[in-house]
Design a protein around this ligand. Sequence first.
Ligand SMILES: Nc1nc(=O)c2c([nH]1)NC[C@@H]1CN(c3ccc(C(=O)N[C@@H](CCC(=O)O)C(=O)O)cc3)CN21
Ligand SMILES: CC(C)C(=O)C(=O)O
Ligand SMILES: [Mg+2]
Length: 260
Amino acid sequence: MGLSIHSLRKLKERAQPIVALTATEYAIAHILDQAGVDLLLVGDSLSMVALGYTSTLPVTVDELLHHCRAVRRGVERALLVADLPFGSYEQSPQQAFSTAARFLKETGVQAVKLEGGYPRMVETVAFLTESGIPVLGHLGLTPQAVHQLGGYRVQGKTAQAAERLIDQALALAGAGAFAVVLEHIPHDLAGEMSAKLLIPTIGIGAGPHCDGQILVTHDLLGLTEKPPPFVKPYADLRALIAEAVGRYGADVRAHRSFEE
Ligand SMILES: Nc1nc(=O)c2c([nH]1)NC[C@@H]1CN(c3ccc(C(=O)N[C@@H](CCC(=O)O)C(=O)O)cc3)CN21
Ligand SMILES: CC(C)C(=O)C(=O)O
Ligand SMILES: [Mg+2]
């Protein structure tokens, strides 16, 4: 049996950090799952890293469903979560339910993530969880609101904004969210929120005091041309791929055998 939302809660209770990453397709997802990642998110960031758009806004429900089906075939152990894309859930709890139900029915993901909090998304999270759909919250830098926020800046810097984030996180937990992503907020604030909440926090650019961490896999592996400033690169696959392809090209052009 793979991990469930309850396994994540137990990890928090035992003070064991949750390891999370994004997944976009079958082959890499299989490697990440076998490597022991606890949670895999088919994030709408694939709009940028896999589809080449300049924001997360253009990716459609049908495109994300396609990626979720591919990832699902590669994942046995990790809890599999799908981002609900911009425009597919904000109108009403009913719209969110219809979209989320498609993800669960058509792809086999176990939960959905949506961005935002007070007051509308709290109501939506309650509606989904009461309908049996686990929801991962997402507060702080919510990239689908990039035009509202005026860029991908740190959020929650003033005392008032910090207070508001804490209130929203508590409200999402009260509405039944099984965990919440905290993106690009001050590290001490993320620590305070992690201590106040019974549900796990999963940070990205939010410091080491969260109950878990998530990164975009393309950033971790060094496949992104200009990754966000909070990413520590663990590999340089761009260089590795360029070098391998260079050697292959040299073999081909020299009529060298490349079969043995
Ligand atoms: N590949 C990738 N990785 C991510 O982590 C990611 C995405 N894409 N797409 C959606 C959002 C966008 N993210 C980002 C992108 C840029 C910054 C960044 O450069 N921040 C600067 C200031 C930018 C500004 O003021 O406009 C900073 O110093 O905070 C932060 C988060 C995080 N998310
Ligand atoms: C990085 C995470 C939190 C995300 O929302 C995404 O990849 O779309
Ligand atoms: Mg996302």
